[in-house]
Design a protein around this ligand. Structure first.
Ligand SMILES: Cc1cc2nc3c(=O)[nH]c(=O)nc-3n(C[C@H](O)[C@H](O)[C@H](O)COP(=O)(O)OP(=O)(O)OC[C@H]3O[C@@H](n4cnc5c(N)ncnc54)[C@H](O)[C@@H]3O)c2cc1C
Length: 391
């Protein structure tokens, strides 16, 4: 394998140090032991076993970046530790693993920011120990791009709230125990939205599983809320501020998605390169053909550009310099890069890339979810254009 391909490049980056490398080794051992041997089984089953979250918590993956007082690990941890952990989870080339394990990375944030002390204690320690799972619920059957048009409604009844509506495409939607749900409490538009916590098993709350093109090991569901009664304290944050809070929460997700695309791309390139050195056509290894070598050079050129952009965005977030427009562009650039790399790697591998069981086959179909989820391409470009003043 050429130097710098999957992880060696980090040694020359100003953003990573020995603590990141130590964490990378820990996560890699976890992945080799607990994940790699089971990938095909979980892809067929349509989910990962719940115990995986507990095992991941035993080595400190689930808790990364969350406050110590609720069972998190925050001392000496920065956003690049999360990037490194996600990259190592991406190495086996099964994108469904990340949502299956890490949805609390987005869903738990409003609970810790705005929940009462009692709610925080009820939810966070179990989630951070991998005993309970979470899901984040924004998208509805009527659409996901236009968050301000959310229809699911929460109505105040005495000191309680009553929730009615539906959410769809929800990752970990079948297995989660706690759901962070954005619902309408006021007038039409972005000012009328609030965030709620919903618990599995509450009367009136049901789910159905969705069968997907990729991300097979991540269970995805449509959720139905029919007169679900919520205690008053399950409103998270100020009433009417849900849109702003949800959008802020998506910034971290976008930087993580972009960095994740770089890791999937490197994993695909590594597999395709192994193939190109081993496979012989017309009497010589594939890699001896200039046209094939140039594919690798071009793929690396695009990965390096995206990695630099994603790392800069992570650094900005870490220092409180949120750059909404560039975060959106970074996410689009990275997903387009991954789309290109997956196609080129599949081309290098020929028919072998079309057969289930290799990374490139999974990455090729899984990457569609990256391009759509967390803000899809057209919406992100429009958002960036407006923020940058191109209107
Ligand atoms: C595998 C997977 C997992 C997901 N997990 C979650 C989850 O855990 N929680 C959650 O809340 N959501 C989740 N989503 C949903 C995801 O966030 C939405 O699919 C996404 O926001 C787009 O919404 P939509 O699919 O309803 O497309 P729509 O909003 O119907 O848009 C359809 C297409 O039209 C484009 N478009 C929309 N408006 C415009 C416009 N004005 N101009 C030009 N083009 C436009 C969009 O970019 C998109 O490509 C997941 C999706 C997938 C595929």
């Amino acid at each position: 394998m050429p130097l710098h391909l999957f992880d060696q490049w980090r040694r020359q980056s100003p953003y990573y140090n020995d603590t990141h490398e130590e964490l990378a080794q820990t996560v890699r051992r976890f992945v080799e032991r607990e994940v790699t041997p089971n990938i095909e089984q979980w892809e067929s089953a349509g989910e990962v076993p719940r115990e995986l979250s507990r095992t991941a918590a035993e080595v400190g993956i689930i808790q990364l970046g969350f406050p110590e007082e609720y069972g998190g690990i925050s001392e000496g941890v920065d956003l690049f530790h999360a990037v490194v952990a996600a990259a190592e989870l991406a190495y086996p080339g099964a994108s469904g693993l990340l949502p299956a394990l890490m949805m609390h990375g987005v869903a738990l944030v409003p609970v810790l920011k705005f929940g009462s002390e009692e709610v925080k204690r009820r939810v966070a320690p179990d989630v951070l120990a991998g005993r309970k799972l979470m899901a984040i619920c924004l998208t509805e059957p009527s659409g996901g791009s236009d968050l301000a048009a959310i229809k699911t409604r929460a109505t105040r009844r005495g000191d309680r709230w009553v929730l009615n509506g539906s959410k769809t495409f929800i990752s970990s939607g079948m297995r989660a125990d706690w759901y962070t749900v954005v619902a309408r409490t006021g007038e039409p538009g972005s000012e009328g939205l609030s965030i709620f916590l919903v618990e599995k098993g509450m009367p009136g709350f049901t789910q159905t599983r969705l069968e997907k093109m990729g991300w097979h090991m991540s269970d995805t569901a449509t959720l139905y809320f029919e007169d679900v009664e919520l205690p008053g304290e399950y409103l998270l944050g100020p009433e009417g501020k849900g849109f702003m809070l949800a959008v802020q929460n998506l910034n971290n997700e976008r930087a993580g998605l972009a960095a994740g695309c770089c890791a999937f791309a490197r994993a695909a390139i590594e597999e395709a390169y192994d193939w190109a050195t081993m496979r012989e056509t017309f009497g010589r290894p594939l890699i001896r053909n200039q046209v094939i070598r140039h594919k690798f050079a071009e793929m690396m050129m695009r990965v390096q550009g995206c990695q630099a952009f994603a790392d800069q965005m992570t650094w900005s977030l870490m220092h409180g310099k949120v750059d909404h427009a560039n975060l959106a562009l970074c996410k689009v650039q990275a997903t387009r890069m991954l789309e290109f790399v997956a196609r080129e790697c599949a081309q290098v591998m020929g028919g072998a890339s079309f057969v289930r069981g290799c990374k490139v086959e999974r990455i090729y179909r899984d990457m569609r979810a990256h391009a759509i989820g967390g803000g899809s391409e057209e919406v992100m470009l429009e958002f960036a254009a407006r923020h940058m003043g191109f209107h």
